[in-house]
Design a protein around this ligand. Structure first.
Ligand code: ADP
Ligand code: GLC
Length: 483
């Protein structure tokens, strides 16, 4: 089965969050399960640099505001997957964040940029661009690739079936309705049953409405997306798709996240030889300027700093956390207000609170390995990868019961033989502080703590399990046609 994955991020070449981690691992897992998989990504400078043995598949001329668009095919070296690249210098030859300019603002031509990506995805699906490789499935990820589903639906005869995966419903790719003309889609696509969303044009809706199947990255989030509380205004659309919407949990790439082989941590370790973890902890305390103290529970956060991630709950609970003798280490970047608030508390408690602003892949590994507890007090979380990495590294996750967090962490307090972490419900600092108190109490009982983290380290969150589920979904879709 030939499957084309269309996405903007792919680890380690272009990354702002978990989408990249998924795209860096899922194609390989699908290949391992027997599928013939290729990627389609925009020609960012980092992508073109990483592309090996590439050749031009098509010269597409001027399109979507780009003077010249060339479709290349090569091997994206660090990912090891055959990859089509949309080489359009006027649209993509920009360094840094794939979506935003250096002031953090959306690029004004984002609609054209991601329409071009979707257009190419759809036309690869109809054999118009590369007759030598016709995908059975065009699988698009998040709003940036959502238009591929609309372009496929607009074609008269479309052999390929489309799958759309929602990684985060909160980012919807909304544009001025007047820009619809730039897309070159038939006028009927600008209806409320199609791309129109409260007077705007929604790329997320293009995927939700037109894909033959919609998936998201956990079963709980699949159910949540259909509710008013989590649907971000699109819950009605999600509900209208009924059983075409399902959830498949993300996995962990053991080539990247494995404490036994990780070169970015102070000392490697495994569930049967844990001594290295204590060294990782003291190295982290030292690197962050915290008091080097093996007995102080070290709580960590590695996260985008947005309201989604609930950092304000940690700020609200901070006095209680510090009173329990805990240390807090935060690595992240994002909202300026949250950054400022964190700077203030770190300055006020230098021995107990440390902050690393910015994006640093290697240091994220040091944080995950060195911490005792990983905090994820998210308001919503489609899947969440950090809690999975924490589990693998014997760092106990403490999470809100929501989305993928609820699906991957089993709460202490239930059947003792299954627990892997701490779980709280209410969106407030008190509930978080209570869960931290529970964690700190257990941390003070070494045998119980060791058993808990060992159980976490032995959980199976492999990509091969996810790949099997995606393949079954593709097969099912090809059998029933996606009617
Ligand atoms: P999301 O995609 O919503 O940000 P995930 O938990 O799925 O959340 O994925 C986050 C990914 O980004 C993880 O690989 C995490 O380690 C990484 N990450 C987040 N913030 C940083 C940071 N400041 N520096 C390095 N890596 C980060
Ligand atoms: C999104 C979600 C996150 C998920 C990631 C990868 O960024 O916020 O929960 O893990 O996508 O699917």
């Amino acid at each position: 089965m030939r499957v084309l994955h269309v996405a903007v991020e792919v680890f380690p070449v272009v990354k702002t969050g978990g989408l990249a981690d998924v795209m860096g691992a899922l194609p390989q897992a699908l290949i391992g399960a027997g599928a013939d998989v290729r990627l389609l990504v925009p020609g960012y400078p980092a992508v073109l640099e990483a592309l090996q043995n590439s050749r031009v598949v098509r010269d597409l001329g001027a399109m979507f505001g780009a003077a010249r668009v060339t479709l290349r095919l090569g091997r994206l070296a660090p990912v090891g997957v055959e990859t089509y690249v949309v080489d359009a210098p006027l649209l993509f030859a920009r360094h840094g964040n794939p979506y935003l300019d250096s002031d953090g603002l959306e690029w004004p031509d984002n609609l054209q940029r991601f329409a071009l990506l979707g257009w190419v995805g759809a036309h690869l699906g109809s054999a118009e661009l590369d007759a030598a490789w016709l995908p059975h499935i065009v699988h698009s990820h998040d709003w940036h690739a959502g238009l591929a589903c609309a372009y496929l639906a607009a074609q008269v005869a479309t052999p390929a079936r489309s799958v759309f995966t929602v990684h985060n419903l909160a980012y919807q790719g909304l544009f001025d309705a007047r820009d619809f003309v730039l897309l070159g889609l038939p006028a009927r696509f600008m209806a409320s049953s199609a791309l129109e969303f409260h007077g705007q044009l929604s790329c997320m809706k293009a995927g939700l409405v037109f894909a033959h199947r919609v998936t998201t990255v956990s079963p709980s989030y699949a159910a949540e997306m259909a509710t008013d509380a989590f649907g971000c205004g699109l819950d009605g659309v999600v509900r209208s798709r009924g059983s075409a919407v399902t959830g498949i949990l993300n996995g962990v790439d053991p080539a990247v996240w494995n404490p036994a082989t990780d070169m970015a941590i102070a000392q490697t370790y495994s569930s049967s030889a844990m001594r290295g973890k204590a060294q990782c902890k003291s190295a982290l305390q030292k690197a962050l300027g915290l008091r080097v103290d093996g007995s102080a529970p070290l709580l960590a956060v590695v996260s985008r700093l947005t309201s989604q991630k609930g950092l304000d709950l940690i700020l609200a609970a901070l006095p209680a956390l510090l009173a329990q003798g805990a240390q807090l280490a935060v690595q992240g970047s994002g909202d300026r207000d949250l950054e400022r608030a964190l700077v203030t508390v770190a300055a006020a408690h230098p021995a107990q609170v440390a902050l690393r602003l910015g994006y640093d892949e290697a240091f994220a590994h040091a944080m995950v390995a060195g911490a005792d507890v990983m905090l994820l007090p998210s308001r919503f979380e489609p899947c969440g990868l950090t809690q999975l990495y924490a589990l693998r590294y014997g760092t106990v996750p403490l999470v809100r019961r929501v989305g993928g967090l609820a699906d991957t962490v089993v709460a202490v307090g239930g059947p003792a033989a299954a627990a892997t972490g701490f779980v709280f419900e209410a969106v407030n600092g008190e509930a978080l502080a209570q869960a931290v108190a529970q964690a700190v109490a257990l941390y003070r009982i070494p045998a119980a703590w060791q058993a808990l983290r060992r159980r976490g380290m032995r959980q199976d969150f492999s990509w091969s399990r996810a790949a099997t589920q995606y393949l079954a979904l593709y097969q099912d879709l090809l059998t029933d046609g996606g009617g």
